[in-house]
Design a protein around this ligand. Sequence first.
Ligand SMILES: Cc1cc2nc3c(=O)[nH]c(=O)nc-3n(C[C@H](O)[C@H](O)[C@H](O)COP(=O)(O)O)c2cc1C
Length: 340
Amino acid sequence: MTKTEERKNDHLNICVNENVETGSTWLEHVKLVHYSLPEINFNEVDTSTEFLGKKFSMPLMITAITGGTKRAQEINRKIARVAQDKGIGMGVGSQRIMIEKPGTSETFYVRDIAPDIFLAGNIGVYQIKQYSPEQVLEATDRIEADALCVHLNAAQEVFQPEGDTDFSGCLDALSDLCKAAGIPVIAKEVGNGINRTLAKELVSAGVSAIDTEGVGGTSWILVDSLRGGPDPSQFLDWGIPTAASVMECAAAGVPVIASGGIRTGLDMAKAISLGASLAGFALPALKAVEENRLIDLLDRIGFELKTSMFLTRSRTVSDLARAEKVITGPLLEWAGQRMK
Ligand SMILES: Cc1cc2nc3c(=O)[nH]c(=O)nc-3n(C[C@H](O)[C@H](O)[C@H](O)COP(=O)(O)O)c2cc1C
């Protein structure tokens, strides 16, 4: 097994077996205002949406998890089958290993069983400095992805035993990649959130969407410290809570994916009311796949989203984006200082 393959396996084992969720999304500080008379038919609530030109039955994607090994291939194919069946999107894990070891391509390939889904490729921002745009885009082409997510994971790399920490020149590399790419490039975090200043820089570099991956879900600082990295105790909730990151990124002028600790359909509804176009999650999907209950999880989330829409008089996802809400506590303070 190569070092990259070993790391992939460690990540899957730690995420499935340890408690790796830290901090809060701050979505508990968003209250959607209830209507006793929705004046719409529950059965006519329409959760469907479009994102970057693709149709979704509800505004949800399963964000990057894995690829590169036999076990990863099984996970990707299980997710893809359900995503196709349920009409949601999915991302594959980092395709770095596909560039290092082209024989692993098939562990990422799911188009044969998921011809219609929104499918996102994935690469680390550090790798786009190491490899040419052509090498990176060739890997994305090979899996017939609709978009390429570039993960910006400086915090994770600091706590990774073998982490790459030279993050100089990343915006230039990203700009070169965006210019060469024939598909949308999405900038994503992995659990520490993206702020408004960076969001605007990313848009200037050419990204088509931003995936917040804020605080409140899986902590990659914790996951990699459990593999022998530095003591994470002061940084367990480091970063921007997902609710705050959605507000920050929504000001940058491109569609936003709300993710990092999204666990329910109500979380999704709140995130959309704050300005997100789509929501995403990773850890709950991985655990559900391992326990063969991904369909049940998505059914539950779909019901919760639909109920939140019904009770806020939102017949469509665009109505939900305008739903009445009250923001309280630290999220209100954050907005007061940051969103002037
Ligand atoms: C086992 C596992 C592996 C992951 N690998 C990647 C990856 O290769 N690239 C990436 O951008 N994000 C990766 N992620 C991060 C997720 O896409 C997501 O940003 C993060 O876990 C926060 O979302 P959550 O709280 O819903 O888990 C991984 C997540 C899990 C659970």
